[in-house]
Design a protein around this ligand. Structure first.
Ligand code: NAP
Length: 211
C-alpha cells in the first residue's frame, strides 16, 4: 500500500488514505508521490488551465513541479518551467520549455511564448511578474508566497482529494507518463538533516525518510 497519514515519522502509523502500491516501484519511490501529486492536481485545477493552453511554472524542478509538468504533459497543456541552470535538461526531459530564474527571467519567458496561467511553487517574490505575464491575477496561484493577497492572487493551502491523487498516480505510472526521482533518502535518525536540506529549496524531485 502507499498513501498518506499523520504522525508517519514512526515505526507504525495509520494511513487516512491508501491504494495498492503500483508495480515496479520501491517503497522509497512510492512514498514520494502522494503529497506532491495531491498538490499538483489541486493547483492545476485551481488555476483553471485547459488543454491547448500554456502554463508557466516558477520553480518547476522540485517535487510539486515535477508532478505538475507530467500531469500537464498528459493533458496536452504546454508548460514553460523555470529552474536553476543544473535543472534545465531535467525540465526538458519532462516535456517542458525551460528557462532559468534570476535577472531577466520574465523577458526570457516572454520569448518562449504567450502565458495563459501561472503557478508560483518557489515563493521567490515573482507574483507581480506572474500577474503581468498572464494579464490577470485570477490566472495565478501560489503555494509558497505569503504576499498573495497584495497582488489579488489565490494562495492554495487546503488539501484536496488524496484518493483522487493516488488514482491519478497509479494511472499515469501505468501509462509510463510519470516519474518523480528521489534525490536522497535518509534514515529516521537523520530527519533533521532531511528538513534542513529540503528547506534550501533546491531538491530535484523528493527527499524521503526511511523508517
Ligand atoms: N501550500 C501547499 O499546499 C504546499 C504543498 C506542498 C509544498 N508547498 C511548498 O511549496 C514549495 C515547493 O515545494 P517543492 O517540494 O515542490 O520544491 P522545492 O524543493 O521547494 O523546489 C523549489 C523549486 O524552486 C526552484 N527555485 C529555487 N530558488 C528559486 C528562485 N530564487 N526562483 C525561482 N525558483 C527557485 C528550484 O530550482 P533549482 O533547484 O533548480 O534551483 C526548484 O525547482 C515549498 O516551499 C513547500 O513548502 C506548499
Amino acid at each position: 500500500m502507499f498513501g498518506e497519514g499523520t504522525s508517519t515519522y514512526a515505526e507504525f502509523a495509520v494511513l487516512s488514505a491508501w491504494a495498492r502500491m503500483p508495480g515496479g516501484l520501491t517503497f522509497e519511490e512510492a512514498a514520494g508521490y502522494p503529497s506532491v501529486m495531491e498538490t499538483a492536481l489541486r493547483v492545476i485545477r485551481e488555476v483553471g488551465v485547459r488543454p491547448g493552453q500554456t502554463l508557466l511554472v516558477s520553480g518547476a524542478s522540485g517535487g510539486v513541479g515535477s508532478a505538475v509538468l507530467q500531469i500537464a504533459r498528459d493533458r496536452g497543456i504546454t508548460v514553460i518551467g523555470t529552474a536553476g541552470v543544473a535543472n534545465q535538461d531535467y525540465l526538458r526531459s519532462l516535456g517542458a520549455l525551460a528557462t532559468t530564474y534570476g535577472e531577466g527571467w520574465a523577458e526570457r519567458v516572454r520569448r518562449l511564448g504567450r502565458v495563459d496561467a501561472a503557478l508560483d511553487l518557489a515563493g521567490s517574490s515573482v507574483l507581480r511578474e506572474l500577474v503581468d505575464l498572464t494579464g490577470d491575477p485570477h490566472r495565478v496561484v501560489s503555494i509558497a508566497d505569503p504576499a498573495t493577497a497584495e497582488f489579488g492572487v489565490r494562495f492554495s493551502g487546503t488539501a484536496g482529494s488524496m484518493p483522487e491523487a493516488l488514482a491519478e498516480t497509479t494511472g499515469l505510472l501505468a501509462r509510463g507518463g510519470l516519474r518523480i526521482p528521489v534525490e536522497k533518502s535518509y534514515p529516521l535518525a537523520e530527519a533533521a538533516a532531511a528538513h534542513i536540506e529540503s528547506q534550501a529549496g533546491h531538491t530535484r524531485g523528493r527527499r524521503v525518510l526511511i523508517v
